[in-house]
Structure formats: C-alpha cells, structure tokens
Design a protein. Structure first.
Length: 273
C-alpha cells in the first residue's frame, strides 16, 4: 500500500461519520474484533479514545473523542466469520432492499440484515471483494459535532473506480432523483462522492482482485486524523500492534488482531477541497 494517495489527504473530505441525511452517504465506521477489552486498550492508547457500551448490547462498544461518537467495535457471533477489519457503513432507507440490490449486481451479503440498536445493519461485499456495511434507522447521538470535527475519512482502493461507482450507485441510490441523494463526480482516475456539497468518500483505481497481499486487494481504507503520527506509531508497537509503513505525516498501522488503519497528521494535511 502506498503511503501517499495524493488527494486522499484531505481533512473533512471523506467524513466517515457523517450524520447527514444524504441517501447512500457514509454514516459510521466500525471494527469487527476478537475481543472488546483488548481492542479498547489498544485504540485507547493509540488514538486516545474513551468508551461507552451500546444500548442493550453487551457485544458492542462506542468509541468517544471529546465526548462525541467516533466509531464502533463489535464482537458478535454472526460477525466472527468476517474476519477482523475496519468497515465503513452507508446510510440506507431499507437494508433488505439494499442487500438485494448488491446481490443482483454481483456482490455478496456476508451478514444480515440484523438488528444492532439503534438500527439494522448488514455486511456486504462489492463485486470486486471490498467489504462495506449498510445502516438503516436511527443514528448514534451527537453525530453533527463529530462530522464537523472530521476525525476520519474513507477511500475505496479498487481495480476500476468507475465500475465500482456504478455498483455502489445502484445499491445506494447515488446520483438518483431520491431526495438527499449523493452526487458522483468523475475526476481523472478517481470518483468523488459528495453529500450536501461535501466530499464524503473517494474511489480510486489501481488495486488487484487477486493480489495475495490484502493491502493491495480491493478494500475500503479508513484513515484517522491525529495530532501526533510518530506517537501513534510508538503506542501501536508498545500495545501489541505494528507499523506497516511510516512517514513524517502518515503511517499505516496494524492492531493486535491484524486490522489495518491509517493515521495522518491533521496539521500536515492540505486544505479541504
């Protein structure tokens, strides 16, 4: 995985936690984990998160930054088969319909839809194998302040960004006449997804469907904006994780279960586009 993905370093550009009403927009990020306690210790040390339980669910925790929800960590029997990974979720009005659309377009439904208070979720894969989630129903509280703070963004690395945009557009109603639908913009070899005028995701071409290294297969990359990239890398090593790539302003890290994520310096990032 290349450390520098050009336009991906844009604070606020791909706001994975947006609470916006935009149809098909990214609305949450979550980690499937082998153990809640270990994951909480690791991400608390590396990213400074605090934690609270989800409503009526002992298998799910909400990560907090400055008291605002940032992400989720889930350990559910139904999710064990999916492996450990960070996954973006997209807002849909009907999870069953979205899952059916994914299957019709060559994707697969791995888990769900199932109830995960306060909504319904499903884990899907697109037709090139990248995993993503869909979310139907009420969102977590205080999302709007979190969206404005833009602590994370997402990028799809795939073989053909334009083909991927067609798939996701059909599943998530991108560029449709549905009120609040996301807009799609084609730029060079990438696709930009906009919601309410803001870039909320990027789709980039170049990854191989058959590469043995999971970092170069089609996948959604989750990137967190941080104040101290070297400090995050040191904390990852101290707490059982690893550093896969490291630069002055960006690092690709691995948690103890193998989930990859990227941290990028908020101060070193260019202005939002």
């Amino acid at each position: 995985m290349a450390m520098n993905h050009g336009k991906t370093r844009t604070p606020g550009a791909t706001d994975a936690g947006s609470a916006g009403s935009g149809c098909g927009a990214p609305c949450w990020i979550s980690l499937t984990s082998h153990g809640l306690e270990a994951s909480q210790r690791f991400y608390g040390a590396v990213l400074g998160w605090q934690w609270r339980p989800a409503e009526a669910d002992d298998h799910f925790r909400i990560a907090l930054a400055d008291s605002a929800p940032v992400a989720g960590i889930a350990v559910l029997p139904a999710l064990r088969q999916t492996g450990v990974a960070w996954t973006p979720y997209f807002a849909v009005p009907d999870a069953d319909q979205a899952a059916a659309r994914a299957r019709e377009r060559g994707g697969t439904a791995g888990v769900g839809p199932l109830r995960l208070p306060p909504g319904r979720v499903a884990l899907l894969s697109d037709r090139h194998g990248a995993t993503f989630g869909i979310w139907e129903g009420e969102r977590f509280g205080r999302w709007e302040p979190w969206r404005r703070s833009a602590p994370a963004f997402i990028t799809l690395h795939t073989r053909d960004a334009f083909d991927a945009a067609m798939f996701y557009g059909g599943v998530l109603d991108w560029a449709s006449d549905r009120p609040g639908s996301c807009e799609v913009e084609y730029e060079a070899d990438e696709v930009l997804l906009r919601s309410q005028g803001h870039v909320v995701a990027r789709l980039e071409s170049g990854e191989s469907d058959t590469a043995p290294d999971p970092s170069v297969r089609p996948h959604w990359q989750v990137t967190f904006l941080v104040d101290d990239v070297p400090g995050c890398a040191r904390a990852a090593r101290r707490h059982g994780g690893g550093v896969l790539e490291e630069g002055e302003h960006e690092a690709v890290l691995r948690d103890p279960d193998g989930a990859r994520f990227t941290v990028i310096s908020a101060a070193g990032s260019p202005p939002a586009g």
